[in-house]
Design a protein around this ligand. Sequence first.
Ligand SMILES: [Zn+2]
Length: 261
Amino acid sequence: MTTDAVSGPARLPILMYHGLHVDADSRGRFDPVYSVEPDRFARQLDWIQAQGLRSMLLDEAMQQRGDRAVVISFDDGDVSNVEVALPQLLERGMKAEFFITTGFIGATGMLSADEVRELAAAGMGIGSHGCSHAFLEDLDTTALMSELDDSRCRLQALSRRPVEAIALPGGRGGERELRAAQSLGYQHLLGSVPGPNLRARGDCCLQRLAITRNLGMDDFAALVRWQGLSPRLLQARHAALSLPKRVLGNKGYERLRERLL
Ligand SMILES: [Zn+2]
């Protein structure tokens, strides 16, 4: 039963987590949609292992493109990344990519500089998630370039490794952001459009699967396998959320989301 969990040509599930929190009193920045319970995260890792899948860093996964690869990623740099996720990953010999917003480093509930170093020293991937978490498509060229370059330089200094991947804040960005990032040396851009990366190329953002608080185990499995109804529901939700973004603009959309939550 476990041999063809993620079969087919060059499929690459990239999971997108944020913080891991029991509830709003947990350390870190709780989000009612994106904070996944630590126990549930542990069960998801166990399921990945039971399927014979291997969590890889992005570079390795992009080169191998086998049917065993899965990439686990975290956005923003919540303190639970090091306090909860890291021990769970190390216990199982698994790896993950951490996309860190450099302006959040040292802020309440977020990773410190030492903790970013700790993730890198433990063999985890370190990528950029901008300096300020501004949506890159809202910025003029000068501001765009400094978000891309300053965050990269800071993270390279902390991790003592090249930083070659960026997860777009809010998943938002297009052609201009891709070209700007590539001109600075980024190899991989990750968005938040849901998909299995069947045709991952250098000229578009990698798709990711948002792992949300209410996602049950069956739906998690269906997403990673890209089978059944869950992938369609995720795509439909993403499309539905994209419409108010286009109509209201990024700022208006954020205000609407805050009010709804
Ligand atoms: Zn983010």
